[in-house]
Structures are given as structure tokens and as C-alpha cells.
Ligand binder design. Structure first.
Ligand code: AMP
Ligand code: GLY
Length: 428
């Protein structure tokens, strides 16, 4: 497995517990690892982005199957490189991964194929005068997005022209995002309910995993800065229904898979659809070329059928024969972060209270590491994902997660206290 965060800890846990994995007496090996991943995998000291070294390693060790977590190695062509050498791997090629690595490509593909999405126009820093003219005629709020990969920092909302101009200036290559912002789009602001869905596909056939909801803002009530994600719940019950699911299939999933295939960019792997539901109609906010973090931590506990077999079926073009079975549970994932994230924060704080023998709680590691032998310390902005799982209700799942969150201690611990608030019934 390539990657070493909370999402990969969830994937490692799920692969390790897949019957097919256990029956084959396989070994799981992960890049870098962390104290959570290490419970399920051996680790190697090659970074996820060192794709050539990973090819050499996989050839030498005769690795049967590789799973890629993050977008960067995918956009660097890790899948192309592995396949060129006859190595089997889960994930899209570099060309198919453009659905995430270029927002302009993705928006143009949607427009050309009548896939519902916010209206947009693309610009480059070289002709930012045009963008300024466009803004004079625009309604606010408006959304500005860097074209390239920006680790969750490429989307900004402007309330007026001055804010928009400031954002465009921030996107110029001499600033923090580098080249990612040299092209950008300006798009219509959509108001509605946000939902994420993972589609596991072999390019033609696919399985739709349970719908989930991320909480991207740093503060309660969805206020403050955007983050990588402060928590997630699954499944989404409140506004999802069969009718809406059918529309998402026929207006979004099927057309985007055929469009990519038609362009010679057949997509295999996990297609993440970030959707906004506006008056019972689905619109695409973004496509990602991989599992989302922290949604994965809440979605994987709901899968009953063999997870590893599903990933292999995607890579081997056998999704037609895979039957996805999900349970009726609910899951709530609360992210524990270092205070100060997504800006400056301190690391290296000792973490206690991590033990649990309760099957309905998962403690997954994002930014942690071992220090002085057995001690576990914080080593990142997002430190841990605590997942509560319940047979009964999302309320119970959230209760379990938060009980455990309070037992885990480290200096600078920060978390949102309202994960799932849009789905939970408010009790007076
Ligand atoms: P993204 O990185 O594309 O997921 O965008 C980050 C967040 O910005 C999304 O989760 C939405 O909450 C918000 N967002 C992006 N595009 C739009 C849009 N067109 N209208 C409203 N909100 C948006
Ligand atoms: N949770 C949002 C993402 O993974 O991009």
C-alpha cells in the first residue's frame, strides 16, 4: 500500500481483515507507515512520491498487488509505471487522474457531456485582466479554484470583488501554491447539502459505496478555514433517497465514466464524487481520483463483502462479478488535530489513552509517530481519527466516538464537537 495517513490506516485495517487476505496468508507492506498502520502492515522507507523506487521494490519483492491511497503518486503516473512492468495495481492512470489534477480538464469534461456542475469560466494568471472584467459582471459569493493539486488549499470563496482580487493574487505562482494556481477557474456558488460518494470501478462496471459527509471547516457550525477534513459520517440518511441515487447514477456516474473512456482516459480505481444537492438535483463540486480522507474512515466499517476482492476486481476489470454487500450500521469519525491547524501548530506531543478493546471503536492514525521506543507522539496537523460504529443509530455512533475522544489526551488536542450535526436530530 502506498500512502501513510488516516485513510491508509483505514484501508490497511480493512485489507487485513478481508477474508481473501487472511486465507491467502499474504503480507501487507506499506510506505513509511505510522503507529496505527504498523498494527496491520510491515513498512518500507520509500516515500509515496518515489514512484520509480516503488516500481523497483515491487519487482524485486514480487509484489502481487498494490493499492494507492493519495492523489500525488497517481498524478505522477505510478499506475502507468507499474502496469508497464506487468505489476497489478489499484488506481487510475496519470491520464485518468487528471479528473482531479486539473480542475479545468474536469470542468470541461463535465460541460461537454452535460454532467450537472456549477457554471464556470477558466483563466490564467497571464490574462488576469480578463478575470477582473469577468468579476465586475458577476454575482457574489463566487468560488475561485486553482487548476492544479493544492492539498485542500485550492478552493476559496469570495464575498465581493476586492476579496476575489486578493484571492487571485494569492493564487499567483510566486505565492504558496506554486504552479497549481497559474491557471484557475471562477465558478458559480451553489447552495445546498454536500455529500461524498466513492465509486469503485473497472472503467465500465462499478459499485457505489455508502454515501458520506465530510466536515471541511475548522470550527463548529462549518465556520472558519477549510481543512483536509475534521470529521465524517456515513451513511447519509436525511436527504438521500432512491430517486436521488438513481439521478446520481444516470446523470453523473455513468456519463463521466463513458466520457473518460471515450477520451482514452478510462478510469479504474476509486472515483470520488463530491456533490452538492440543490433542490433534489445533484451537481458535481469536484471529482477526486482516490478515496477521500476522512470519509474513508467512516465508510469502510459499513462494508461487509470482501474489501480486498473489490479492489482486485477493479484492477482486473471484473467489477461485473463483484457483489457489494453493506451492513446497516452507522459510523461517525471525529478527527483529533493539533491546535493551530490548518496554519501553524506544534508537534511532538505525547499521546495517551489510545488503548481500546471495544470492536465498535476504531482509532486510526494520521499524523503520529513513535518516539523513544514505545511512546507515541503527534507528528502532523491532523493527528488521529476516532471512529464510533453503531448497529442502532448515528447518535449512538457519535456518542461512542466522543467518549473515546475525551479519553485520548495530548497537549494542543483540538476537535470539532459537532461532527454529524446536519444528520443528527436536534433534541431540546
Ligand atoms: P473542494 O476542494 O473542491 O472540495 O472544495 C472545498 C469546499 O468548497 C467544498 O467542500 C465546498 O464546501 C466548497 N465549494 C466548492 N465549490 C463550490 C461551489 N461551486 N459552490 C459552493 N461551495 C463550493
Ligand atoms: N475529504 C475530502 C478529500 O479527501 O478531498
Amino acid at each position: 500500500m502506498v500512502g501513510n495517513g488516516g485513510r491508509e490506516n483505514a484501508i490497511a485495517w480493512k485489507i487485513f481483515n478481508s477474508e481473501s487476505f487472511r486465507n491467502s496468508e499474504s503480507r501487507l507492506i506499506c510506505t513509511i507507515g505510522n503507529p496505527g498502520i504498523n498494527e496491520f502492515a510491515e513498512t518500507i522507507d520509500i516515500k509515496p512520491t518515489e514512484t520509480d523506487l516503488l516500481v523497483t521494490y515491487a519487482l524485486k519483492e514480487k509484489i502481487d498487488f498494490t493499492v494507492v491511497g493519495p492523489e500525488v503518486p497517481l498524478s505522477l503516473g505510478i499506475v502507468n509505471k507499474f502496469r508497464d512492468k506487468g505489476l497489478n495495481i489499484f488506481g487510475p492512470t496519470k491520464e485518468a487522474a487528471e479528473i482531479e489534477s486539473s480542475k479545468i480538464f474536469s470542468k470541461k469534461l463535465m460541460t461537454a457531456n452535460n454532467i450537472p456542475t456549477a457554471k464556470f469560466k477558466n483563466f490564467s494568471q497571464k490574462n488576469s485582466e480578463e478575470a477582473k472584467k469577468f468579476l465586475k459582471k458577476s454575482n457574489f459569493p463566487i468560488v475561485i479554484k486553482a487548476d492544479g493539486l493544492a492539498a485542500g488549499k485550492g478552493v476559496m470563496i469570495a464575498e465581493n470583488t476586492d476579496e476575489a482580487l486578493e484571492i487571485i493574487n494569492e493564487l499567483s505562482p510566486e505565492n504558496s501554491l506554486g504552479d497549481a494556481g497559474s491557471d484557475f477557474i471562477i465558478e458559480e456558488f451553489l447552495e445546498g447539502e454536500e455529500v461524498s460518494v466513492f465509486v469503485i470501478t473497472d472503467g465500465t462496471d462499478y459499485a457505489v459505496l455508502p454515501y458520506s459527509q465530510d466536515h471541511k471547516k475548522i470550527s463548529e457550525g462549518d465556520k472558519g478555514k477549510n481543512t483536509g477534513g475534521m470529521g465524517a459520517i456515513a451513511p447519509v440518511k436525511k436527504f438521500m433517497n432512491k430517486d436521488l441515487e438513481d439521478k446520481i447514477g444516470s446523470k453523473i456516474i455513468q456519463p463521466v465514466l463513458s466520457a473518460l473512456k471515450k477520451e482514452g482516459k478510462e478510469f479504474k480505481g476509486c472515483l470520488y464524487c463530491g456533490l452538492m444537492i440543490v433542490k433534489d438535483e445533484p451537481y458535481v463540486i469536484e471529482f477526486n481520483c482516490r478515496f477521500g480522507d476522512p470519509e474513508t474512515q467512516a465508510v469502510l466499517p459499513l462494508i461487509e463483502s470482501d474489501f480486498l476482492e473489490m479492489l482486485i476486481a477493479s484492477a482486473n476489470e471484473e467489477m461485473q462479478n463483484y457483489r457489494l454487500v453493506c451492513n446497516k450500521k452507522s459510523a461517525c469519525c471525529v478527527v483529533l488535530a493539533s491546535k493551530g491547524y490548518p496554519d501553524h501548530y506544534d508537534s511532538g506531543k505525547e499521546i495517551t489513552g489510545l488503548n481500546s478493546d471495544d470492536d465498535s471503536i476504531l482509532i486510526l492514525h494520521s499524523g503520529t509517530k513513535f518516539s523513544d521506543g514505545k511512546k507515541i507522539v503527534s507528528a502532523g496537523g491532523r493527528v488521529l481519527s476516532v471512529v464510533g460504529i453503531s448497529d442502532k443509530s448515528l447518535e449512538e455512533a457519535a456518542g461512542k466516538a466522543y467518549d473515546k475522544v475525551l479519553e485520548i489526551e495530548f497537549e494542543n488536542k483540538y476537535f470539532r464537537r459537532d461532527i454529524g450535526f446536519k444528520q443528527l436530530t436536534v433534541k431540546s
